[in-house]
Ligand binder design. Structure first.
Ligand SMILES: [Zn+2]
Ligand SMILES: [Zn+2]
Length: 73
């Protein structure tokens, strides 16, 4: 399988093991945050919900498996 490189839109860190991807900003221009920046979505990327994307190839990328991450404001 191909693990696509990514970087955190909050701090610029590349290819972190934990990736949270915005459910609203998908397609060509995705919005991703690392496990640190996900704590600051209210300032970095408010009003959008993120879900966890497992990066370290456990087989298939199951978008529905871990469920959406509810971001508290
Ligand atoms: Zn970050
Ligand atoms: Zn978004």
């Amino acid at each position: 399988m191909i693990i696509a490189p990514w970087f955190c839109n909050g701090c610029g860190r590349q290819n972190g093991a934990t990736r949270y991807q915005c459910q609203h900003c998908q397609g060509i221009d995705t919005y991703d945050l690392c496990d640190q920046c996900i704590l600051h979505t209210s300032t970095l990327h408010p009003y959008h919900k993120f879900h966890l994307v497992h990066q370290l190839g456990t087989g298939t990328s199951n978008w529905g498996g871990s469920g959406p991450v509810a971001v508290m404001r």
